[in-house]
Design a protein around this ligand. Structure first.
Ligand code: ZN
Length: 407
C-alpha cells in the first residue's frame, strides 16, 4: 500500500510541436530516458488544470491541482504572494503585492528604484501605520518587492491597482470596480496610506543616504494584485496529510504557505535555469520521512517557453531528467506524481489552454502501455483526461484515504 506522495510540478513544461525540432515538442525532443522509464513502469494521462478551454495562471492552476476550487478559494494574487513572505492572513484582510519605486514631482521615474536590493528599513517605517480604524501591515520581499495587508472592518478587494505598470507616467489613485461602501472605504484609506507613505519614505534617512550616493530613492509604494482573503481549510484538515513545499519561486512558496504546508528552504533553488534541481530532489527524498505529501516545484521550463527559447527549454528538460535517479532513493511506499501546471508553448511565448501530461508511479499503480512521458504519448494512458480537481482524489485513492460511497 502506498502511504506517501511526492508531487513534482514542472512549471509550463508542456508545449506544442516546434518546426525547428522536427515538429516535436521540447519535451518530446528532449532526451529523457529516466522520465520515460517512470512512464513505462507507471500510469499516464492528460490534465486540463482549470478545465477545458481555460488558460491557467500558475497560481490558479496550482490551487486546482491541490484540490482547492478557485471559484471559492481565489480572489487574486495578493493573498498568495503575502503568504509566501510569511505574513499571517486573517479573514477579511485585503492583501496586495508591491514594488518600491521612485517618484519625482508626481512622476514615476523608475518602478523598481534602480533595482534596489533591500527595502527592509523602508518597510519597517510603514509597518503598523493606521489610517482611521484600518491598519497597514508591510513586510519586505526580495529586492524591490514588498507585501501589504490592509486590516480592518468592512473592506473589499473591488479596487483597481495604483500601479500603472509603466514608468514616466504620473502616479495615480486607487479607483473602485464597484460602488459598495466597502470598496469606497478601502480605496479611500489606501490612497491616504500611499500619500502618507510617500512622505515618510521621502524623508527616510535610508533614502537620503541613497540620494547622497547618487542612487535613486525608493520613495513610493506601487501596489497591485489586490485580493480579499477568505479562510481556507488547510491541506492537513482537508486530506489528513502532513505536507511540505520545496520551491525556489516566491509565488510557489506562497501557494504552499496559503494551504498551510511547511515551506522548506533549498539553498541553490533560484527558479532560474541554473537552479539546483538535484538539491530539491535530495531534499524531497529526505523529507518523505517527516511528511506524508511533498510538493516539489521546478520553474524554468515556463520562463524559457515565455522567451520562445525552445532549445533552452529542451535542454532544461534534459537537466531535470538527469536528476530523476535521485528520486529512486524514495521509500518503496511512495507514490510519485509528475505533471505541469499548464502549457507554455514557445510559439505563443505565453500560457495556453492545452492539457498537460500526468504520470503516476509507485507501488500498485496500474501500469499502462505508455513508455514515454510527453504530451502525445500520455494521451493514450490509463488515467485518461482529467481536470485539475481530479488529481487529489486520485492520489487519495492510492493512499487509501477515500471513504466508501454507499454500503
Ligand atoms: Zn506556471
Amino acid at each position: 500500500m502506498l502511504r506517501k506522495a511526492v508531487v513534482v510540478i514542472c512549471d509550463g513544461l508542456a508545449d506544442r510541436p516546434v518546426p525547428e525540432l522536427g515538429n516535436l515538442t521540447p519535451l518530446e525532443a528532449a532526451r529523457t530516458p529516466n522520465l520515460d522509464k517512470l512512464a513505462f513502469e507507471g500510469e499516464c494521462g492528460m490534465m486540463h488544470t482549470l478545465g477545458r478551454g481555460k488558460i491557467p495562471g500558475s497560481d490558479t492552476a496550482h490551487l486546482m491541482i491541490f484540490g482547492y476550487d478557485i471559484a471559492t478559494c481565489y480572489s487574486g494574487r495578493g493573498p498568495i504572494e503575502v503568504a509566501g513572505l510569511g505574513m499571517e492572513l486573517r479573514d477579511g484582510d485585503v492583501a496586495l503585492r508591491g514594488n518600491m519605486g521612485t517618484v519625482v514631482d508626481g512622476i514615476i521615474t523608475d518602478r523598481r528604484a534602480g533595482r534596489i536590493r533591500v527595502v527592509t528599513p523602508l518597510c519597517e517605517a510603514l509597518d503598523g501605520m493606521k489610517i482611521g480604524d484600518v491598519e497597514f501591515v508591510v513586510k519586505p520581499g526580495t529586492a524591490h518587492r514588498a507585501g501589504v495587508i490592509i486590516r480592518g472592518k468592512g473592506l473589499s478587494d473591488a479596487i483597481i491597482d495604483a500601479d500603472p505598470h509603466i514608468p514616466d507616467v504620473p502616479i495615480r489613485e486607487v479607483t473602485l470596480t464597484d460602488n459598495s461602501p466597502e470598496a469606497k472605504k478601502t480605496a479611500d484609506v489606501l490612497n491616504k496610506f500611499l500619500a502618507k507613505a510617500h512622505e515618510v519614505l521621502s524623508d527616510h534617512p535610508f533614502n537620503k543616504e541613497r540620494v547622497a550616493n547618487g542612487d535613486l530613492p525608493a520613495n513610493y509604494l506601487l501596489v497591485r494584485g489586490s485580493g480579499q482573503y477568505k479562510e481556507v481549510e488547510s491541506f492537513k484538515e482537508k486530506y489528513d496529510l502532513t505536507s511540505c513545499c520545496i520551491a525556489g519561486g516566491g509565488l510557489y512558496k506562497g501557494i504552499g504557505a496559503f494551504l498551510g504546508m511547511d515551506i522548506l528552504d533549498v539553498p541553490g533553488a533560484t527558479a532560474l535555469p541554473d537552479t539546483d534541481i538535484e538539491a530539491k530532489f535530495k531534499l524531497a527524498v529526505e523529507s518523505v520521512a517527516r511528511y506524508d505529501f511533498v510538493f516539489v516545484h521546478v520553474k524554468a521550463a515556463d520562463s524559457l517557453g515565455e522567451d520562445g527559447d525552445f532549445k533552452g527549454k529542451k535542454e532544461f528538460i534534459e537537466k531535470i531528467d538527469l536528476a530523476v535517479p535521485i528520486l529512486s532513493g524514495l521509500p518503496k511506499d511512495t507514490l510519485m506524481v509528475w505533471t505541469a501546471d499548464h502549457s507554455t508553448p514557445c510559439e505563443m511565448k505565453a500560457h495556453s489552454a492545452d492539457p498537460v501530461p500526468v504520470l503516476f508511479h509507485g507501488g500498485a499503480v496500474r501500469a499502462d502501455r505508455i513508455d514515454a512521458f510527453n504530451e502525445r504519448a500520455c494521451t493514450c494512458g490509463g488515467l485518461g483526461y482529467m481536470n485539475g480537481l481530479d488529481l487529489m482524489p486520485e492520489i487519495q485513492n492510492l493512499l487509501g484515504k477515500l471513504h466508501l460511497v454507499g454500503a
